[in-house]
Design a protein around this ligand. Structure first.
Ligand code: ATP
Length: 487
């Protein structure tokens, strides 16, 4: 089973320390969220699994970590200053402000060119809040957060203007030549980066699904201009579907969406989105899905735009600010060209939410009480083993349990917990997805053995303390994420 809706996860996340509403003591901050002690572990485990999967297990991908604030010119030549905007409309009836391109009726059926304002005036577009078609014309709003560099900069000094990055990708493109030469790479190869991005979203919401500050895991895969780009998009889609499956997500909750031509971003020739069923409670199947990640063919748009050499029809340099030519010389064909790019771009927060929703399950115990079990894949579980003393007033038992915790810690994340009766402790660990509870009881003092309880089956077995680390490690490994094939 999966969570019946996002609200179930919101309340579990707050109660158990995964995610808290941000700035809550000051009334919150429009759709901002903070990871708590367990959420930060889960998010880190997802990011580490991704990094291992791409950067370590493959031999053709390097990692970088670029600045969040880049030279403003990066965003001029990437096209973001001119085009990274969302259309905004207001509802004259209920006064809501919304992103127009997310509303029912905005795009004509069957795609193709269209005049959005004409459709709005014709009453074809519906307010998502009250259903009215009495909407204003759309106007564009740039989503990049602005800031000023330097303590003495004036409010409107254009030379001090800078942006918080709205995607991590540009930090990769501007380092393409650095990475390629330093690491002596030949095509095809990729560069991966994970980090924060910022977008002044018109309508953030749905918990951590859409926030103004979020984290991305992006990879730019550089290939030759004559590679089979559309096929490569399909290959990366397949690899990511496998990866999500490896994270424990049921493929029935994933589906593909081929982005129609009219909706493609300015740099993309083809984009396939992997959608997750974030809204299973909605009756209409079509409305259950939202984007988890996108795989885009970005052509040579970015490397070419950031290069000093390309000229327009009149022979004038297109980019008069860049000092470098980000082209690539192919030794085998003696040709110079701008590499083309396939970009799988995933959101950390949306992956966290999908993983939580998919792991959610309920089980009734023999007293007829409903228990929540978070069936997280062991590699993602914030805590791998909880060491519990059966009697916390018995110093020998407590001492032994604490010593076991310390001895396990170098090999796996373990905690010691004595904050309740054993039933309560088990229930709490089930609800946060801990795969194993290890109980130290009176008999442990004599036979040097403990009880290991399995989260999913609630079965218990007796294990010698000397074998415990190996026993747990073996059982924590049944979910390897397959390494992607190098194409
Ligand atoms: P959407 O259409 O939902 O606004 P997008 O197509 O603009 O998303 P991309 O630019 O393709 O998103 O970004 C890649 C990934 O980054 C998305 O698939 C998503 O996982 C994540 N992402 C983008 N915007 C947000 C956001 N505001 N909050 C959380 N994650 C986001």
């Amino acid at each position: 089973m999966t969570a019946p809706n996002i609200d179930t996860i919101v309340s579990l996340a707050k109660r158990r320390g995964f995610v808290f509403p941000s700035s809550e003591i000051y009334g919150g901050l429009g759709s901002a969220w903070d990871y708590g002690p367990l959420g930060v572990e889960l998010a880190n485990n997802i990011k580490q699994a991704w990094w291992r999967w791409l950067v370590y297990e493959r031999d053709d991908i390097e990692g970088v970590d670029s600045s969040i604030i880049l030279n403003r010119l990066v965003w001029k030549y990437s096209g973001h200053e001119a085009t990274f905007h969302d259309p905004l409309v207001d509802c004259r009836e209920c006064k809501s402000r919304m992103r127009a391109d997310k509303l029912e009726g905005y795009f004509p059926e069957g795609g193709g060119q269209f005049d959005a304002n004409e459709r709005l005036r014709d009453g074809l577009v519906k307010c998502s809040e009250c259903g009215s078609t009495n909407l204003t014309d759309e106007r564009y709003f740039n989503m990049m957060f602005r800031t000023r560099l330097g303590a003495l900069a004036d409010e409107d000094d254009p030379t001090a203007l800078a942006y918080l990055r709205p995607e991590t990708a540009q930090g990769i493109f501007i380092n393409f030549l650095n990475v390629q030469t330093a690491m002596r790479r030949k095509l095809p190869f990729g560069i991966a980066q994970v980090g924060k991005s910022f977008r002044n979203e018109v309508t953030p919401g749905n918990f951590i699904l859409r926030t103004r500050e979020f984290e991305q895991m992006e990879m730019e895969y550089f290939v030759k201009p004559d590679a089979e780009h559309f096929k490569l998009v399909d290959e990366w889609v397949t690899l990511y579907l496998e990866w999500f499956k490896g994270l424990g997500i049921d493929t029935a909750n994933l589906k593909l969406h081929e982005v129609p031509k009219g909706e493609l971003a300015h740099y993309s020739k083809r984009t396939v989105d992997i959608m997750y069923r974030y809204f299973p409670e909605r009756a209409e199947e079509e409305r259950q899905w939202e984007e988890l990640m996108g795989i885009a063919y970005r052509t040579d748009f970015d490397l070419r735009s950031h290069s000093s050499k390309p000229t327009d029809e009149e022979g004038k340099r297109v980019n008069s600010d860049s000092t470098e030519d980000l082209s690539y010389f192919d030794e085998s064909t003696k040709q110079r060209f701008y590499p083309h790019v396939i970009e799988p771009a995933a959101g950390v927060n949306r992956t966290v939410l999908a993983v939580l929703m998919d792991a959610y399950s309920e089980k009734t115990n023999d007293k007829g009480e409903m228990r929540v079990i978070l069936k997280l894949s062991p590699q993602l579980a914030p805590i791998k083993a909880a060491i519990l003393p059966l009697a916390k007033n018995k110093p020998e038992i407590v001492g032994m349990a604490k010593a076991i915790k310390r001895s396990l810690q170098p090999v796996l994340r373990a905690v010691y917990d004595d904050t309740g009766g054993i039933g309560k402790l088990y229930a709490r660990q089930d609800e946060i997805g801990t795969p194993f509870c290890v109980t130290v009881d009176h008999q442990s003092l004599e036979d040097e053995a403990v009880t290991v309880r399995d989260r999913d089956t609630w079965e218990q077995e007796r294990v010698k303390v000397s074998d415990l680390a190996e026993h747990l490690q073996k059982r924590l490994k049944p979910y390897p994420i397959p390494a992607p094939e190098v194409s």
